[in-house]
Design a protein around this ligand. Structure first.
Ligand code: FAD
Length: 401
């Protein structure tokens, strides 16, 4: 009799960790397991603000999938998923198709544009190695071009970061550290460079502790960041951004970080979604689909204490992968008793560039180098969970203080 087929879509935090756990649990003996990803490497989305600003090389954030997953035990297919055909139990890829008995969807997210005109055409986004390498090179090109022409184009040196949430603030932190280096390298006075952090909500870092927000804003303002809070962007154009009320900021570089929605593959495949995410059952399966698990940024789970969705995080994606791998093992063993997923939120740490960060771990507030060291511990812990000490030594962050 044939082994059941498990297909895992996406090798992000969720997909990689599911594959790694199934490998460790020897699930390949009872099932034919296939991992599908666009690239032959796994990258760490939570580090991408650094290569975007150019403070860390993008190769530090990625690793070859076959350096972590044993491809003799788990098949790896490098291809892009175009659609899931649930009625035929098939996944359509750009260059072929795969049949499944059990499917794990971990395709991550896409930028949320809220339908604001011009975002897709004119703004950059922090979502993949390719997208952040482009931002870094574009920023350098703007600096390099500034002195080329007799008539100066100040908009080359104006950088707009749309959204002062977690990702926007982490990017602004890195950029404000990088700008003095770029000024020195390209003979440009620091005062010429403007970094705008534009936020529609009444505060930066909505939902974060007030003391931490104040610390972050003061620090970033000291580094020359200008906050425009309570200021919705109405349009992005080739010349910059138009703000509500008619004001315009001239800029050649708009980086869009106003949150994410689930992969568009879900809508395209006919699933019912909220902001592109599937509200999963407690065992992480899609409603009405006993053979499909959905994890990470594609999954919506509700925080019952406040009756609102949990924000999508790597922390939750990794924890869901552990539950998902256990549940797949149970199904392979013929059991229908699946584990319920309960997130265990350990805390949140946002880096602010250099050796600065803010965080809330349990009920403890962390600032500055302590928070920054904690951020590196969290990053290294993930590497340890995924590939043990060898991966930590190869890809970890050690310049703690
Ligand atoms: P991802 O890790 O994004 O992986 C999705 C994978 O699917 C990718 O490898 C992608 O290439 C692949 N893929 C996508 N589409 C296709 C397709 N059609 N075909 C084939 N493959 C495809 N979370 C935290 O917990 N803590 C943090 O400090 C934190 N910081 C962040 C900082 C930044 C700058 C950003 C952008 C996010 C941060 N997050 C953080 C959020 C976190 O990165 C996401 O929640 C997490 O990456 C979700 O994991 P995932 O497995 O769902 O998707």
């Amino acid at each position: 009799n044939k082994k059941p087929k498990i297909v895992i879509l996406g090798a992000g935090y969720g997909g990689m960790m599911t594959a790694s756990r199934l490998q460790k649990a020897n699930a390949y003996q009872d099932a034919e397991i296939t991992l599908v990803n666009k690239h032959n490497y796994h990258y760490q989305t939570t580090w991408l603000h650094e290569p975007a600003a150019g403070t860390l090389h993008h190769d530090r954030t990625r690793m070859l999938i076959d350096s972590v997953i044993d491809t003799n035990k788990i098949n790896f297919v490098k291809d892009a998923v175009s659609e899931i055909k649930t009625d035929e139990k098939k996944v359509i890829l750009e260059n072929g198709e795969l049949e499944y008995d059990y499917l794990v969807v971990g395709l991550g997210s896409e930028p949320e544009t809220f339908g604001i005109p011009g975002v897709n055409e004119h703004a950059f986004s922090i979502r993949s190695v390719n997208s952040v390498r482009l931002i870094r090179e574009h920023i350098e090109y703007m600096f390099a071009n500034y002195n080329k022409e007799e008539e100066k184009h100040d908009d080359y040196l104006h950088f707009v970061v749309a959204g002062a949430g977690f990702t926007g603030i982490e990017f602004v932190g890195e950029l404000s550290e990088r700008v003095p280096e770029l000024c020195a390298e390209y003979d440009i006075a620091r005062e010429k460079v403007k970094i705008y952090s534009v936020e529609a909500a009444p505060t930066a870092l909505p939902g974060f502790d007030e003391d931490l927000v104040t610390y972050a804003m003061n620090l970033l303002e000291d580094r020359g960041v200008e906050f425009l809070i309570n200021t919705p962007i109405e349009e992005v154009t080739a010349e910059g951004v138009k703000l509500k009320g008619g004001e315009e900021i001239k800029s050649r570089t708009v980086v869009w970080t106003t949150g994410v929605r689930g992969s568009s593959i879900l809508d395209k495949s006919g699933f019912e979604t909220m902001r592109g995410r599937i509200k999963v059952e407690k065992d992480l399966r899609a409603p009405g689909h006993d053979d499909i698990f959905v994890i990470g940024d594609c999954a919506l789970i509700i925080n019952e204490e406040i009756n609102r969705p949990y924000p999508p995080t790597a922390q939750i994606a990794i924890q869901q992968a552990l539950t998902c791998a256990k549940n797949l093992k149970a199904l392979l063993a013929g059991s229908e008793k699946l584990q319920e997923f309960k997130p265990d939120i350990k805390g949140t740490v946002a880096s602010l560039g250099g050796k600065e960060a803010i965080g809330l771990v349990g009920s403890k507030k962390l600032f500055g180098t302590t928070a920054s060291a904690m951020k590196k511990v969290i990053d290294n812990k993930y590497l340890y969970q995924l590939g043990g000490m060898p991966l930590v030594l190869k890809k970890g962050k050690f310049n703690v203080f």
